[in-house]
Ligand binder design. Structure first.
Ligand code: DUC
Ligand code: ZN
Ligand code: ZN
Length: 476
């Protein structure tokens, strides 16, 4: 007897699609097919597309930013928002600030997640201080405990690492088995442009894109690819925003560099003109790297199509449009004192479903791959991202014909605004299961804080170093 049968749906995975029932027992998928036998509970999936729950491997939750500002979302509010958008697993950031022990940072963050999360989760460790025992003891021990992803900033004053320290971290990751992720933008270029803009009185939000020139992304992406090539250590490049950035990744991959990369909905669906909105609306859209142009969007879609970019994540970075968030430095703060980021956890999948499934751009199987299967596999989330026997029954029933027009404040996070207000999408996540529990049905949440479990990342193929990289040779 199965615990649950999901019956009559059209199942889509990254590699297969067809009409099938899904059997679930003890929170895991046990069979896919027809005539699967009796079950304690049955879920009607007729007229629904049945897909793996979303896996969002880049979101900022209950985290203090480099500039010292706390996110608006707790684990509870962020994962509530995630569920409303069909996402069932998140990877957020345990952020070390200089002077803090990495071990303490991760332990404290884990306690916050254990208390609040409605869904399963793992963490990237932001490393900003490799002094003392951080690099020698904490990092190897934490990797061994399944924190197999490290995040490094090449910009942002307090948290960025210099090249030599980056190489130390890459080398440690190589030794112990982890993926190293980068926010890669050239710090000097950003500072120099910011100073020139501010000195000439160009302080409004619409000048923010100019302060993060395309060259800043291209230079830092290229440098990190060279470091990955030199050390043989695999890297993940976050939030590619430009055509040239995608080209840097493509050429590195073509010469065998172990590099994977992601982009985000705000690069695919917004352009830099969006920042020309008046007042606080523009502040809500400030992010780094900034939104770019139509030809960049085409290049990013092409890079998703050809496999140069493997993942679409949200980069959910929630701040309220008030003095607790975007305007912590006053209502007239210059663009460089406004927190970066916007809410994205809830709308990542509906926006991508609308583009890829409803409008047919790259298709439903690719949608599943980019938003669930590939991110889970890259980060070693071994029971997530697939509907297959043995995998967690994290499953979404999509109503493919439901049309939704976004309002000004209709998200379930704690930011109080929707960056996509006014946009209409077709297709909506109707019912969401997490480990076989129906945690969302017809817009009603049924999940308690703390039910989410921390996932230990397994050592994935994407973490395997290149054996004979140049840096391995010390003997002439
Ligand atoms: N950029 C970041 O680097 N982090 C959070 C949000 C953003 O826009
Ligand atoms: Zn970033
Ligand atoms: Zn980010």
């Amino acid at each position: 007897m199965h615990d649950l049968l999901i019956e009559g749906g059209h199942v889509v995975t990254a590699t297969w699609s067809g009409d099938a029932d899904i059997a679930v027992t003890d929170g895991r998928v046990t069979a896919i097919g027809s005539n699967l036998g009796p079950a304690t509970r049955r879920l009607d999936a007729r007229d629904r597309i049945v897909m793996p729950g979303g896996v969002d491997t880049h979101c900022h939750v209950e985290q203090i930013s480099g500039a010292g500002l706390m996110n608006a979302d707790t684990f509870e509010t962020a994962t509530r928002s995630a569920l409303h958008g069909g996402t069932t697993t998140i990877v957020s950031f345990a952020a070390q600030h200089p002077g803090k022990r990495l071990r303490t940072v991760v332990d404290d963050y884990q306690a916050l997640a254990a208390r609040g999360a409605l869904i399963d989760h793992a963490f990237h460790m932001i490393v900003s201080d490799i002094s003392g025992e951080n690099l020698t003891q904490d990092l190897p021990a934490l990797i061994a405990e399944g924190h197999r992803s490290i995040k490094i900033f090449t910009t942002y004053d307090k948290v960025r690492l210099a090249d030599e320290a980056i190489l130390d971290v890459l080398w440690s990751a190589r030794e112990h088995g982890a993926l190293v992720c980068f926010h890669a933008e050239n710090d000097g270029l950003i500072r120099w442009m910011t100073r020139r803009l501010l000195d000439s009185g160009r302080t409004e939000a619409r000048f923010h894109p100019l302060s993060h020139p395309r060259a800043a992304e291209v230079e830092a992406l290229g440098r990190m690819c060279l470091f990955a090539e030199f050390t043989g250590q695999p890297i993940m490049l976050f939030h590619i925003s430009t055509r040239e950035g995608a080209e840097v990744v493509r050429t590195a991959q073509a010469r065998g560099v172990p590099v994977v990369a992601e982009t985000c909905p705000h690069y695919l669906f917004m352009q830099e003109d969006a920042l020309k909105l008046p007042g606080s609306a523009a502040a809500g859209l400030i992010c780094s790297p900034p939104q770019r142009r139509a030809d960049d969007q085409q290049a990013l879609w092409d890079a998703l199509d050809t496999g140069v970019l493997q993942v679409v994540s949200s980069d959910h970075a929630p701040y309220r449009l008030d003095s607790t968030g975007k305007f912590a430095h006053g209502p007239d703060a210059p663009f460089n004192r406004i927190a970066n980021g916007m809410p994205g956890l809830e709308l990542r999948l509906p926006l991508m479903f609308d583009a890829m499934v409803s409008q047919g751009r790259l298709g439903a199987q690719k949608f599943v791959d980019l938003t669930a299967t590939a991110p889970a596999a890259l980060f070693g989330l071994a029971t997530k991202g697939r509907i297959e026997p043995g995998f967690d029954a994290d499953i979404v029933l999509w109503d493919p014909s439901r049309r939704v027009t976004f309002g000004a404040d209709d998200l379930h996070d704690a930011t109080g605004y929707n960056p996509y207000a006014g946009r209409t999408v077709t297709g909506w996540p109707d019912t969401v299961l997490s480990r076989g529990d129906v945690v969302l049905a017809q817009g009603q949440l049924d999940a308690l804080p703390g039910r989410g479990k921390r996932l230990a990342m397994a050592r994935s193929g994407a973490m395997e170093p290149v054996a004979d990289a140049p840096a391995t040779r010390l003997d002439g």
